[in-house]
Design a protein around this ligand. Sequence first.
Ligand SMILES: [Zn+2]
Length: 910
Amino acid sequence: MIATLFSWSRCKWVGALVALTVSLGAQEPTPYLPVAETPFDFRAGWTLDEALPAPETVLGYAVGEAYADYGAVLRLVDRYRGSERLMIEPTGMTNERRPMQVLVISSPENLARLEEIKAANQRLVDGRAPLSGRALDRAVAKQPIIVWLGYNIHGDEAAGTEAAMQVLYTLLASRSAEVEALLRDVVVVMNPCQNPDGRERFVVWANAHGIGRPERFAWEKENPWNVQGRYNHYYFDLNRDMIALSQVESRNTAAAYLEWMPQVAADHHGETKEYFFPPAMLPINPQLPREQTERWQDVFGRANAAAFDAQHWLYYVRDDFDIFYPGYWDSWPSLQGATGMTYETSGGGKRGRNYRRDDGTTMTLRQAIAKHFVASMTTIRTAAANRDARLRDFHAAFVDAVAVGRQGEMQQVFLPGLPFEHPLSALLRGQGIEVQQLNERVRLTGARDFEGRDVSEIELAPGTLVVDLAQPRGPLARALLQTHSQMDAAFVERQLAKVERNRERGDNAPEDDYEFYDQTAWSLPLLFGVEAYQTATPVDLASVATTARSKSGLPPVAVKPALSVKDATAWVLPVDQAGMKERALSLLRAGYRVSAAVKPLQVGNQSFPAGSLVVRAERNPADVVARLGPFSLDGQAAGVVPVHGTFTEDGSTGVGSVAMMALKVPKVIVAAGDPVTPASYGAMYHLLDTLGVVDYVPVAADRLGSLDLSGFNVVILPSAWSGRWSDAFDEDGRAHLRSWMEQGGTLICLGGAAEFAVDADTGWTDTRLVGVADGEDEEVAFDDQVLPLPGALLRATIEPEHFLSFGYAQTELPYFADGDAFFQPSTTGTNVVRFADENLWVSGHIWPENTERLLARAAAVIDEPIGDGHLILFSDEPGYRAMWHASVPMLLNALLYAPGLQNDVGSYVR
Ligand SMILES: [Zn+2]
């Protein structure tokens, strides 16, 4: 069973999966005749100005002999400061305080009028004011085409930044007539390193241990767990983050990108078997202008092909990389109007400085850099040659976008009850999408919610947020918001045919891989779990909406308690208000006492939902009052409610009731290192750091089976393939964790760890996976096996009276389901989240005749009481990619309530 089948790279199998897929026992190739390699000459044909030092001179090594650490990259850029062809624009800092920058390279004449060029370019983005005829001719006549070149977003694909330095030098130093002409027609905006922190981890390690051995099993090719240079500081894959914009590198670069709005964007990766460039493969995101997208991918693809053919280099197209998921650095620029492209070089990085191919020939780092160099330069040339036509198409796409926004079922989206500063609104605005706000009450008829249900009539209060799809970035807004993005039928047919073939194959025959590259569902209203409506009959917003379009000038966040909080018996933190759990965790950590009402709470005439948090004056030092102030993460400070007496006007549970339970400070261990998937660890690392209210210690996973856990009450096992989790714990280790749970510990298992937890051999629970036989050697028929879901959203219900559900107002939750590991309902614990009886599909790809049949009423989140403690199972990762926000409160509930709520309060909390 594979829980994280789709966590592989934009650039093929890497990261934690590499150790599994590289066969260390592979035979050495037969000694074929040697092939002499002529090292690529980076200087040939460019007429270079000798006054400007080449990278080799500044860095002190020949191209491909080593990697430049980030300080050296900055030093090189600094040496070129003052070039009349270069402008350096800082974009921000990384988590580890490395400065990021974009390098603007063009002719001196263009650099002198950059503001004018940017303004004219933004004029082309304004699809509401179409240009045609002479006006359009004038608008493009003197306008350079803007080419974005991004490198090394995956830090260990380190040929990228090395190539960037060669491209930079060549463009600045060449005195050839060709380059002078190119720079008159093109503004190159180069992002020499999108992931400085990850690259630095990799480069320091690779320079320290690399001796250039070509053998695939050489130690220098085994990027250790805590290096994993692919990821950023928080082990996030930045080439998935353009939906969530959760990472500082994404935000820094998105802001620069929106300022420039390029027509062409190439993102340089590695390492594939041969070099890859577009045309991309299916599926293509349905919001892209298909004809235009395919035509320009073909133009750039054929130009790269000609340049590679001239060198007699191999390459491939179409075979691997789709542009469906909007969070990549090819699909996202494409949805921003550019020709967005992924380039993958075939050496360097994880393949080391030398890599022996199947046929005994060697791929060198220098060759890998050379191929990126040639592709980058070809991209600039091709952009210049097509400047006029590409600029016209760029404008046409934004004009069409406004018109397309007035078609179809979703023409406007309404988000009631959210402040303008809500993270969902900020996320849309951070991508350049216009968000407006109603200033009058609007009655909406014939609308539909985001789970596809018709809503005959709804009244929307003033303040409701509105996204009108008839805007220049309407297609991007639609791609991010809409419930489901349709995949190409031909692609889906091909996957279904693979199911048929796999069904027919013998047990030992290898199965055909399914081609889903990544998650297939990401609708933001569903991932945030907010109320949202769409309409096919648009409201005339001119009369009822304020146009709040600018990125800057947001109103300041007003945070103050609604009521005076002094001189009270107790204070209630209503659990259904944003930020209250974080506030309670912060108080607990600081040493104050906080209780929870395990039943709905009455204060005078007011009632609060179960799980509401209570701070009692007589149980705390007097200065607790000063600590009740707002700490809300997202600026939504709801009021703390003071209680002046505990007599209840109605109901039985007041703040003096027996249903008040003292909470314990969570002392948390997060498992790290093998076998944990770095991205799963990273999501937890980022979440806990961002919350900033939970003490946690990352501990090597394989130590947990023998470590003294008595000082801790929560252990989190992030995801990994379940088979690999079983390697981390021997029988004693499993018994050790079980005994700690029996004494009150809470073990939270995510994804592959949950799969391991329910394995019969683990012996922690009787709960089993769907499609897995109880007996050890029983085979399960192919049709009873769950086919792996590529990140879909399924309809699920929440058990309302459980502590993991505290604070959820709704009883339904669109559940982000990935992989093939889901639970048969537990008969000994609580099935807190279960899939619906029928009609499970909400968004993304599901398998006909399989997903809905096998997963109906299956469990996705389970709390298993074990002695005084808890085993909490999540089939998928709460807070996945800092994108699935609706699940985060459930994880917070586990941290906040589970350590304090012993199982003997079962009469209150099931
Ligand atoms: Zn990559």
